[in-house]
Design a protein around this ligand. Structure first.
Ligand SMILES: [Cu+2]
Length: 133
């Protein structure tokens, strides 16, 4: 009888888990990342980002809606770019250098931060998720 019960309970668990996964909307995708990236300095969200072939770290980058954001991006190897179309962000980082850009995160959503300077064969896949929540 006990065995029977745990089987049923297990079955329900699997059902609810899969239901939850299929029902996950973009809004839930955003709320999965409650932690804001970087730290607040004098009201500015300062985030250090490392760009290297072919990724950005951290990924995702999470900020609050309406925050002033300063991205400080360092290239660990060749020249890279960091662009977020929806937020008018475009930055070029020479090989081995650090550059920064400031902007207001005035649109809510999950955007794509991508490399805008050709950096090698994996360039087209060099991107990170930029979440404004
Ligand atoms: Cu690139």
């Amino acid at each position: 009888m006990k065995k029977h019960f745990s089987f049923i309970a297990g079955l329900f668990l699997v059902m609810f888990t899969s239901l939850y996964c299929f029902a996950a909307s973009p809004a839930e995708e955003i709320s999965k990342h409650p932690e804001l990236s970087g730290k607040l300095e004098n009201g500015v969200r300062v985030i250090e980002v490392k760009a290297s072939r072919y990724k950005f770290e951290p990924d995702p980058i999470v900020v609050g809606l309406g925050e002033k954001v300063r991205l400080i991006v360092t290239s660990a190897d060749v020249a890279h770019g960091l662009a977020i179309q929806e937020l008018n962000v475009k930055l070029s980082i020479p090989a081995g250098k650090t550059e920064h850009i400031e902007f207001i995160a005035d649109k809510q959503g999950e955007f794509q931060a991508y490399c805008s300077v050709y950096c090698g064969p994996g360039h087209g896949h060099m991107q990170a998720s930029f979440i404004v929540k």
